[in-house]
Ligand binder design. Structure first.
Ligand code: GLN
Length: 497
């Protein structure tokens, strides 16, 4: 096993820049690692060996020619299979798009290619990004590298698992209700959901358009910031894209100074229903933040109690409409079209066979919530809750600089454990959903292992819109203190693969 796979993106960046290693060597080391362990982890749906090696060769040639390259040129990455990649399959974890080869790249993909990032392949995910465990993928579950019998979180479990298994030092996820942050929490990695509109979504298959956001994943806060800087910024191809300078995330990740900052602990997140070991590590992290000079205050956001219920009306409503285009006629799979059957019959058979149970459940919930006579009682009511949640955040941020909570209520659960209980699955998102509903940025970073099961626990940081840099500043300070305490990064003690 090559030592290169143990290196963080920023370490690799240094080695590549000084030409101690070539991008091809780095790519090959990670491809070898994937060949060794991905049969067990199953983080990747598609490995693009040829494309990765070509991209790496390109970077090496440019460097040899003396071209000035970005910090991440030659660093490998796993890409969630929800982002369009020209010439490469993009399945969204669904049979519906199993054979789709997009004719274009998503904006973030274009930006990463221009920065010289080497895309190793496409990572597994819950079908259409609905889920918290990656078990809803039409292509089988991904396994958590800490314990292969457990889930790696979801929907972006392939992206978090590829980091934790040292198959890639960077990954891209999408976060509509926690799909970057909860997988980060249960795999001991870092993940950020940027401010809504901070990263272009052009080329991302839409789940719930008022909530979806693409974001960076890494094994350290600084690595995640370096990737954030590459993908963020205005894009005229996305009408929700914010035309303003990207927050100084890399500078903040290098600073990590929280002396005099006010940090709010959200009273409504982290009490009943949270695993004891998760609460214990969270409380200890609060003490660490205090010892670094932050002032800790308790803050109440009473409407957060209704966030989960509101989200599970808004998300199904929006996805029922977004997924209407997969009708067996215009896009993707077509089943049962033998020339004798009506358009309606073909549509209905295609959707019944092309979508998995969770997707069908949400489409049914969504069409119900939007139907005449129920619209005001469900969708309308949920939108009102959304306003109240935004108001709770605004009030809280008039008192504190950032808010914190545990990221997920439990550590990684066993594969199969919650598969037959949708409500138990949805409860994973209880702490991650509020920022999506309000369009704010959030980060999860590892804060240790729960004493009862030795599995990673994540802490969530939340900030006002376009103050993504605060996440990185606080995250870097906490990470530095914890790594000093542990004597090594959390993943070096990984038991799994
Ligand atoms: N667990 C959430 C859900 O199932 C997360 C979705 C997401 O962020 N893509 O809806």
């Amino acid at each position: 096993m090559s030592e290169l796979i143990r290196k963080d993106a920023s370490e690799l960046s240094g080695l590549l820049e000084s030409r101690e290693v070539s991008a091809v060597e780095v790519a090959q080391a990670h491809l070898d690692r994937i060949a060794d362990v991905d049969g067990a982890v199953r983080a990747f749906l598609h490995v693009d060996t040829e494309g990765a090696l070509n991209a790496a060769k390109n970077v090496d040639a440019k460097r040899a020619a003396g071209e000035k390259l970005g910090a991440l040129a030659g660093v490998p990455l796993g890409l969630k299979d929800i982002l369009a990649t020209k010439g490469l399959p993009t399945t969204v974890g669904s049979k519906m798009l199993e054979n789709w080869i997009p004719p274009y790249d998503a904006t973030v993909v274009t930006r990463m290619r221009e920065a010289g990032i080497v895309i190793l392949g496409k990572t597994n995910m819950d079908e259409f990004a609905m889920g918290s465990s990656t078990e809803h993928s039409a292509f089988g579950p991904t396994h958590n590298p800490w314990d292969l019998e457990r889930i790696p979180g979801g929907s972006g479990g392939g992206s978090s698992a590829c980091l934790a298994a040292f198959e890639a030092p960077l990954a891209i996820g999408t976060d509509t209700g926690g799909s970057i942050r909860q997988p980060a929490a249960v795999t001991g990695t870092v993940g950020v959901k940027p401010t809504y509109g901070g990263v272009s979504r052009y080329g991302a298959v839409a789940l719930a358009s008022s909530l979806d956001q693409i974001g960076p994943c890494g094994r350290t806060v600084l690595d995640t910031a370096l990737l954030h800087e590459v993908i963020a910024g205005f894009d005229s191809m996305d009408q929700t894209s914010i035309n303003a300078p990207v927050p100084a995330v890399v500078e903040a990740a290098k600073r990590g100074d929280i002396k005099g900052m006010k940090i709010g602990v959200v009273r409504e997140l982290g009490g009943e229903g949270y695993q004891a070991g998760v609460r214990q590590r969270f409380d200890e992290a609060v003490v660490v933040l205090q010892s670094l000079g932050a002032e800790i205050v308790e803050v109440s956001c009473p409407s957060f109690d209704y966030a989960l219920a509101a989200y599970y009306l808004i998300l199904p409503s929006e996805c029922s409409s977004n997924l209407a285009k997969f009708d067996g006629i215009r896009f993707g799979l077509r089943v049962g079209d033998d020339g004798s059957r009506s358009v309606e019959q073909v549509m209905s058979q295609t959707r019944a066979e092309g979508f998995g149970d969770e997707v069908i459940r949400r489409i049914m919930l969504g069409t119900y919530a939007l139907s005449a006579g129920y619209y005001d009682a469900y969708y309308g009511q949920a939108q009102k809750i959304r306003t109240l949640i935004a108001q709770d955040f605004a009030k809280a941020f008039s008192q504190v600089d950032v808010l914190i909570s545990p990221t997920a209520p439990t550590t990684a659960f066993k594969i199969g454990e919650k598969l037959d209980d949708p409500l138990a699955m949805y409860l994973n998102d209880v702490a991650t959903i509020p920022v999506n509903l309000a369009g704010l940025p959030g980060m999860s970073l590892p804060i240790g292992l729960a004493p009862e099961d030795n599995l990673p626990v994540g802490l969530q940081i939340m900030a006002p819109a376009m103050a993504d840099d605060r996440l990185y500043n606080v995250g870097a300070a906490l990470e530095r203190a914890l790594v000093a305490q542990w004597g090594a990064p959390i993943l070096s003690s990984m038991a799994g693969v």
